[in-house]
Ligand binder design. Sequence first.
Ligand code: ADP
Ligand code: MG
Ligand code: MG
Ligand code: MG
Ligand code: MG
Ligand code: MG
Length: 658
Amino acid sequence: MGLLSLGTPYSWFESRSYCDHVKKNALEQLYHCFEAAKNRSDDKYFWGDEVEYMVVHMDSKAKKAQLSIDEDHVFADLADEKICDERDVSYHPEYGRFMIEATPYRPYDGDSLSHYLYVQENMDTRRQLAQKYLKDPDAVLISLTTFPRMGTDDFTFPAAIVGGPSAKSLFVPEEITNRHVRFPTLTANIRRRRGCKVAINIPLYKDKYTRKDDELDPTIPFNRSKFPYSDAEAGQGAALPGHIYMDAMGFGMGSSCLQITMQAQDLKTARYLYDSLMNIAPLALSASASAPIFRGFLADQDVRWNVISGAVDDRTPYERGVDPLPGHGAKGNIKEGKPVIRIPKSRYDSVDQYLSDPSDSFNEESYNDLDSPINEEAYKTLLSYGFDSTLAHHFAHLFIRDPIVIFNERVHQDNTKENDHFENIQSTNWQTLRFKPPTQFATPDQKDQPGWRVELRPMEISITSFENAAYSVFFTLLSKAILLFRPNFYLPVSLIEENMVTAHRVDSIIKDKFHFRVNTESVKSDAIIKELTIKEVFHGSSDFEGLISLVNKAIDSQSKLWSKEFSSSQEFDHALGKLKVYIKFIGLRTSGEIPSTARFIRDFVIKHPEYKQDSVVSDSVSYDLLEKLVKLTKYERDTVAEFFGPELTHDLEAFQFI
Ligand code: ADP
Ligand code: MG
Ligand code: MG
Ligand code: MG
Ligand code: MG
Ligand code: MG
């Protein structure tokens, strides 16, 4: 997560009177950052990844896997800068009390081969070091996108009582949320701003004995007298028949993902990289699909993305285009004396517009064909600050969201030195990509200050460090290729939006087609758009050479530079061979020769002897699944061979990945 200011947060009803203050000052802070850093040039291609883990308690006697909510002491224990500095790792708290985010302490050099080969080692260190600090001998760190039985009876260790003031959930206890006051406040304020609880309905996978399409989930405890308000709301239609219903922020923000952040040489290049990755985002989501189970049920989709969108959807009924819920009045629609706008998407969603100035790039006005409302005041202010209209539009679109958590002690800030107000808006716009501006201190001569960065955020987390390193390395090298060869990947944003929907489907990685621009030559031209499978996008088709080919070309072009890092040509060849194993893995997965994580998990459940063909993932099936995934985490030989197939397993051993 972004910043963690300490202090006293305002509830939504108190904080709304500060929203304009925060936005006005946030824009001033952004102005000072822009002024300081707009002329930076020749910044190095630094990059870094973020991996999110969950801590799981494995009770082998009871055959029960639970989320550990009592191991968050690790953050205090690991706060020692020295260990983190020495081991080059950094830990960050996340939404879930059972979650640990970890990054390298220092960014990697994206122009160094040794650094690409170091990513996995660094990820392993992060996992092992945190694991060492866990007190419960049955607790294990696992990088799994969603916990299969989150929100079912008794899914936490230690046990906790369902409900609690922030989410008022029928399924999850307060204690799954990070203890830091920011997180329960965020949860409660999203619900308050929205005017009712969040409601997430995911299509249920239909098997032989699955409940009928028109049947409501009988396991929803509607009639529990504890939350008459919530029960009534669910009864009034929040839970859809034929779906998996979830009602709390934790179902989304409690899932884990993989992110990479890359620094471009300057502002203009960062804007181009951002644009070029826009249609890569849905492909990266499909290619990393890992989430086929929610709240103890097999889902008729493979990824977490729309669950998180729904989990933090704080739009008022009017903003999201529905009438206020019966019995809740028009409370959600009032915004003291201000015009209110319709907002098509949640604050956690795909990006809505390109960022490059159409007058000096491949971008065209016509490609921005989505309804992307802006905060008009912010837009005018940014134009007056010297932002061009595309850049102003980008930020003015982020500023349609209100700051959700405002701390009493942080209302007044020095806009020339601090940027918490800006980060407050920026870091609660959770989109497929994030354009990260530098701070006010990042003047062109201050090279130790981060410059203009682009973050790729859609990927699901994979089970092994090998896979997480492979995805990180692949998409960083693809970004390098984009910077080197300047392909024209632009197509209408509405098609990217359709790709996001496609990426959710079961087995989209092998079954579905995605819109892709195939005339990618480095010139401004009319887009020729084809529908390609993931295999065709990655491996090439008659129309497009393929992303893997682009990555290989980037590798070839770096070869001479990279060879200087090694003392002999054998060492260099070995290192290159090792790098190619990552590319090979991406190739095998995107061609369907080895299963996606989502498919592996789904098949495990479906083939389990105790599975009753009713889409239910029981405690013991979930335990066996987790046990299998823990073996994979530890690279247990048979499980590795089962998961990666014989050919890749051979390479993994030959190159001592495992
Ligand atoms: P956030 O949660 O806001 O995305 P994090 O600090 O958790 O931010 O992660 C940011 C990632 O960016 C880390 O992997 C870090 O190593 C990397 N990083 C740090 N500095 C730079 C830089 N100058 N350029 C590119 N990446 C960087
Ligand atoms: Mg995170
Ligand atoms: Mg982070
Ligand atoms: Mg973050
Ligand atoms: Mg991040
Ligand atoms: Mg948007």
